[in-house]
Design a protein around this ligand. Structure first.
Ligand code: NCD
Length: 309
């Protein structure tokens, strides 16, 4: 039996390097299948999605991934149109969704929401973003992108810039990178440094430096992972306005980077990467979004098939 079978994906911390690499191998395998063989993998299986926060890529990539392996999807993309609006609890909504689907994908504003849903659901739950806490499948896609584009993860110098306080993709990525031998530079405005309550967890896993100045590191990096300032999570709009537009990656900055460095972003991008950068060979954020479909297809295939595929 494959170890992912019928298991939840709540936190990237639950996975070691060997398991993460197994997901990469499965993703490579699935990418090589021809479309008709690929559509046999999860024929007749249903993915249910439940999104309490906006999403474009995560929901659609799960949807596209499921279709590409022959399954179908149903769900609630906007809770305002569901009975949650009438006051139905998360617990009841999850219970109902797990009757109609073989696997549940949940995005919710609260930390701990996916862990809670997994306790209630009879079907496996995948965390598609839990508050400011984690977004494990994004980290898998980010790590896979680094591996594909740089041919390795160990030994790389990785800068992570932007909203390190509220950006959940940053936390999952850092926990995931903890399995590798990497040199991590965290770059953010002072008020958006990594949260104190998570520093201990991260320090246990990897070494990093913190700085407010991108220029200090720019010519040294192999990977620059840019994040959006998470406006919606600021308790106070004034605080957001102070840091809005703190960093903008443009062609001038790119000139200072190593020729073979790559720029990643979980997207959506607001103004932190100038659109001029999109057409350069270093910009890999659209490839990253595409890899997300394949890593998710691999995960769904392993979770829903006892013997893998
Ligand atoms: C991220 C998220 O929802 O955490 N988006 C995504 O899933 N790719 C990043 C963000 O919203 O900034």
């Amino acid at each position: 039996m494959n170890e992912f079978y019928q298991n939840d994906i709540i936190s990237i911390k639950d996975y070691n390097k060997e398991q993460i690499e197994k997901i990469f191998v499965a993703t490579d395998k699935i990418m090589q299948l021809n479309p008709s063989d690929r559509r046999e993998i999860c024929k007749g299986k249903t993915l249910g999605y439940l999104f309490y926060e906006p999403s474009t890529r995560t929901r659609l990539s799960f949807d596209a991934a499921m279709a590409s392996i022959g399954g179908n999807s149903l769900g609630i993309a906007d809770v305002l149109s569901s009975s949650a609006q009438k006051g139905e609890s998360l617990a009841d909504t999850v219970r109902i969704m797990s009757i109609y689907s073989d696997i549940l994908i949940l995005r919710h504003t609260l930390d701990g929401s996916s862990r809670f849903a997994a306790e209630i659901s009879d079907k496996p739950v995948i965390n598609a973003g839990s508050g400011t806490e984690e977004h494990p499948t994004q980290a898998i896609q980010d790590l896979f992108t680094i591996k594909k584009e740089k041919k390795k993860i160990d030994g790389l110098k990785i800068g992570i810039i932007g909203d390190l306080k509220y950006g959940r993709t940053v936390y999952s990525l850092l926990y995931g990178l903890g399995n590798y031998d990497v040199d991590v530079r965290l770059i953010s405005p002072e008020s958006l440094r990594i949260r104190h309550d998570s520093i201990y967890e991260i320090k246990k896993r990897l070494d990093f430096t913190e700085s407010t100045n991108l220029e200090e590191h720019i010519d040294d990096l192999d990977v620059l992972y840019v994040t959006r300032i998470q406006k919606e999570r600021f308790p106070d709009e004034e605080e957001y306005l102070k840091v809005k537009g703190s960093y903008v990656v443009g062609l001038d900055l790119l000139k200072q980077m190593k020729d073979d460095s790559i720029i990643l972003h979980p997207l959506p991008r607001i103004d932190e990467i100038s659109p001029d950068v999109d057409k350069t060979k270093n910009a890999k954020y659209f490839e990253q979004a595409e890899y997300g479909k394949h890593t998710r297809a691999a995960l769904l295939s392993m979770i829903l098939n006892e013997n893998g595929f």
